[in-house]
Every structure is written in C-alpha cells, then in structure tokens.
Design a protein around this ligand. Sequence first.
Ligand code: 6GU
Length: 224
Amino acid sequence: MRIDIITVLPELLESPLNHSIMKRAKERGLLDIHLHQLREFAVNKHGQVDDTQYGGGAGMVIMCEPLSDCIEKLKAERAYDDIIYLTPDGKTFHQKMANTLSLKENVMMICGHYKGIDQRIRDLYVTMEISIGDYVLSGGELAAAILVDSIGRLIPGVLNDETSALTDSHQDGLLAPPVYTRPAEFKGLKVPEVLLNGHFKMIEEWRQEEALKRTAERRPDLME
Ligand code: 6GU
C-alpha cells in the first residue's frame, strides 16, 4: 500500500512513522509512505500557502492553488482509491474504517492547518473527510499519523503472530480482556487460576466473558 501525505509540517510525521511496527512495514515493502511539503507549491518565493478568509474573521485558510498543484501532480502519477482530508468536522474514525482502508492500493491524505483548507479543494478532490475525535488539534498531522498506524498494522504480513491484530480491542466489536505475564503473583495479586491450567477452551471462554464484562462497564455504547 502506498500513502501520500500533503503537509506543511512533514517533520511532525517523520518520527512516528519510522519506528517499531511502521518501520518494519516499510522495511518489508508492505507500506510505502511519501511526505510532500506543501510549501514547495507556494504561490510566491516567501513560501506562502495560506491567506485570510473571504467574509472576514480570524484565522488563515490554505489556498487552492498550492493544494491543487500538489494533488494534480500526484494524480498524474497514479490513480488514488481515496483522497482523505483530515479535519475535526469529518466523520469520526473507527476500526471498521481502518479495516476498509487497509485494503486500498493508493491513498492520499491532506493535512489542514489554521482554519482549514479552501472549500473548493474539498469539493473538487476530496473523497473522504475524517476526524479522529471530538477535540481540536493544531493540524491534521498527528491525526494522519494515527490513521497510518492503525491502517498499516492491518496490512497482511505487517504484524507477527504474537502481535496479531485479530485479538485487539475493537477488532471484534469488544474491548480486549485483561492480560498477564510472569510472575504468577505480584504484590499479593495473583494471575487468575484459569490462565495457569493450560485448558485452551476454558481460557477462551474466560477471555470472552472478561471482554464482555469490560465492554459493558466501560463502553456500554458498544453493547448495542
Ligand atoms: Cl483530523 N484535525 C484536526 N485539526 N483536529 C482534529 C482532527 C483532525 N480530529 C480531531 N480533531
């Protein structure tokens, strides 16, 4: 899968996408991420990509021409399955969207800043608008990093058996059950007996019950 990200702050994305599982995905050739500095498409030699908004009001708006030039250049090189704009007024991201996106070949992401991007870019090019939750970030970069991480780890071959995505919280609509490792007793707290007896079926049943219990307590909205 190839992901192209348009941003004025590529530095913000470099570190999160070059460690741990994302690093491995790249090394295995399963995830190909390209960062594009929007200022390379600036309207003047000062690197300007934004301007005040029509109608007045505080805050700058990212202009049409730099974004359009960058998007058109990328579109001329390959076909995109989706062009995603990261914005707090988008659809709230969830695991099902990550699953769907992980099956795509080419995805473009546009990170907004300030008051956002000119509406005409959204009308002309954007196929999907995504928010990562009901709070405001200074820009779309951290949201893009979250999307790439959650999508990337679902690509077949990225995770090993021990990190399998199938048993994650949310993957089956439930929160994950508690997990334990050595020692069997710590500060007077014991690992549940059922996990020590090696009885696979009983362990699976216990995990399912605990997942249900945890979901009902913490996220009754997921219980339907
Ligand atoms: Cl995608 N962008 C910004 N700037 N703020 C957000 C967001 C995105 N999702 C939640 N808050």
